[in-house]
Design a protein around this ligand. Structure first.
Ligand SMILES: [Zn+2]
Length: 444
């Protein structure tokens, strides 16, 4: 997916610079080591020949040195050691002067535990590859070729990966346990994530968390978003199975992006779907985004060009106009102050179609708008009317306001609404168009 082998060389450099740059133990060091480890582990299966295996070997070696130093540093920084070295110092990453209970026994306990918990990883994080051109090889194995050395590596690979996974889990769990204990003792919080936290299986869908750092889950909206994923994917599977099972055929992997602040719920990237952890009110909203983005995949890979043409024509033929003068009169009637929210709320309750048309215009979705709203304030609407624009083209049967953006988005909105909110949530006509395209695939 997003890791390429080039990343390993970059990683080598960044590890080397980290090694030099760091003087004191940093609580993030372990987390960044863990991330780098995951990157390396992912690259194991990408290695295609001896030379790449050699690069991987070097990368693991550098990582391993770094890991070893970090663990030693962590042990040195255990409070008792700090005391022994520096006297009654009230500093250090895991040290809070008022609350920390200095206790030599605890130090010894944790020193042992951290050493034994991380030992296997330290010994397993090494690439077993017969090296070419070394004295040993020339003397004892003169006819060893790169191909043969690589085939030996390949033969042992699967077993090694299994071992590596187990020992990594043990190491991260140990460090996590230490973190929890240190936190309980009143130390400043350090955050470690276990590998399982990043790669999830949610209701049978592959979900990878992106841009997670030690502050991500201190934000309640990110926590809420995480909590809603399970019910959202559950509902998606259940509803897709009911109404449009083809959505579930060879599902794409998902990424949850916790950093990129885009004003949308998701994007379709061809080989994966990215969901943005925005604040949402209910799991259903996420279900809709999942179905919408999968709709793009269906549009690009399942629909024939005739299907797409049919849909585009259907959308084009459905265009009518909104009467801006009537809208202005209505606006004045319901909101003497001319507030957008007043007219919007009024329409939402009384005229759902006009409501969506109105929202499309102010949202910049629709013919010739390209993201820029036609108007927003009552005065801006007046200016348009005064200049002679008394009506504007809008869909007669809008699926949603956003659907007015273009035919493909309208299609994805129709799929998204149908799956998340049911057939009543989309116009009768749009449902008929879907029936033409999907035929018996649509179970309604
Ligand atoms: Zn879309």
């Amino acid at each position: 997916m997003s890791f390429s082998f080039e990343r390993t060389s970059e990683l080598l450099e960044s590890l080397a610079s980290l090694l030099e740059a760091r003087e004191v133990f940093d609580k993030r060091a372990i987390e960044s080591l863990r991330k780098d480890f995951l990157t390396l582990a992912k690259n194991i299966d990408r290695v295609k020949d001896y030379d790449e295996a050699l690069k991987l070997k070097e990368a693991f070696k550098t990582w391993n040195e770094h890991f070893e130093q970090t663990i030693e540093r962590l042990i040195l920084e255990l409070p008792y050691h700090v005391d022994a070295k520096l006297g009654d110092r009230t500093a250090g990453w895991a040290y809070d002067s008022g609350l920390w209970k200095r206790n030599r026994e605890w130090d010894e306990y944790w020193e042992k535990k951290i050493r034994s918990g991380t030992w296997d990883l330290r010994s397993d994080a090494q690439v077993d590859l017969q090296l070419m051109g070394t004295g040993y090889q020339i003397k004892y194995w003169p006819d060893l070729t790169k191909e043969y050395a690589f085939s030996l590596f390949e033969r042992k690979k699967k077993k090694w990966q299994g071992r590596l996974r187990r020992s990594a889990r043990k190491a991260w769990n140990t460090l996590k346990e230490y973190e929890d204990w240190a936190t309980d003792q009143g130390a400043r919080q350090i955050t470690l994530f276990r590998p399982e936290d990043y790669k999830l299986n949610i209701q049978g869908f592959q979900v990878v968390l992106k841009n997670v750092d030690d502050r991500t889950f201190t934000h309640s909206w990110n926590q809420d978003f995480m909590d809603m994923l399970d019910p959202a994917f559950k509902l998606y599977r259940q509803r897709a199975k009911q109404v449009l099972p083809l959505l579930l055929k060879s599902p794409l992997p998902f990424e949850i992006d916790f950093k990129t602040q885009l004003d949308k719920g998701g994007t379709y990237e061809g080989d994966r779907i990215v969901l943005y952890a925005l604040s949402v009110k209910s799991p259903k909203e996420i279900t809709k985004v999942i179905a919408h983005e999968t709709g793009h995949h269906v549009w690009k890979t399942w629909l024939s060009s005739q299907d797409q043409k049919f849909w585009e024509n259907a959308i084009k033929k459905d265009y009518g106009t909104i009467d801006l003068v009537r809208l202005a009169e209505l606006w004045d009637k319901v909101s003497p102050k001319g507030l957008v929210s007043d007219i919007s709320d009024y329409l939402k309750d009384r005229d759902p179609i006009m409501y969506l048309q109105f929202e499309a215009l102010i949202g910049g979705f629709g013919l010739g708008l390209y993201g820029k709203g036609l108007f927003f304030y009552r005065e801006e609407l007046q200016e348009l009317i005064d200049k002679g624009t008394t009506s504007y083209p809008v869909p007669k049967n809008p699926v949603t306001a956003y659907a007015a953006k273009n035919p493909e988005e309208a299609f994805c909105e129709a799929v998204g609404m149908l799956v998340a909110y049911g057939e009543r949530a989309i116009p009768r006509l749009a449902l008929e168009w879907l029936r033409v395209i999907f035929g018996s695939e649509l179970k309604l």
